[in-house]
Ligand binder design. Sequence first.
Ligand code: 5GP
Length: 128
Amino acid sequence: MSIFTKIINGEIPSYKVAENDKFYAFLDINPNAKGHTLVVPKKEVNKLFDLDVETYNELMSFSRKIAIAIEKVIPCKRIGMSVIGLEVPHVHVHLIPLQAMEDIQFVKKVKLNSEEFETISKAISSNL
Ligand code: 5GP
C-alpha cells in the first residue's frame, strides 16, 4: 500500500483540498511554493501513462478545477503542472504556483507551519 493510499484512507493525516469518489487532492508536505498541491487517483497505479484513458482524462479535468482555485488564492504568475513519481510510486499531479522557473524545479523549498497549511488548504477548498 502506498503512502498516498494511507493518506486517502485517513491513516496518515493530510491537509485536504478536495475529494470525490475517484480523486483526492491535498497539500504537499514539503512544498516548492505556498499552495503546492498533489492530486492523486484513489486507484493505486504507479505510472501516469499506465492509467486507463478515462481515469487519465478525469485526473486532468479534476486537476484543472483545483488549479483554477489555487490561482484565485495564491498570488502567482500561473499554476505549473508536473508529474514525476520518482519518490512515491502512486500517480500524483503536482500543481505548483509559479513566480519563477525554479519553482517547478524541486530545488527551492518553502517551510510552512501547520496553521499556514491549514489556512491554505481551507482557502483553496472554499474557492472550488
Ligand atoms: P515525486 O514522487 O513526485 O518525486 O515526489 C513525491 C512528493 O510527495 C514530494 O513532493 C513530497 O514532498 C510529497 N510527499 C511525500 N510524502 C508525503 C506525505 O506523507 N504527505 C504529503 N502531504 N506529501 C508527501
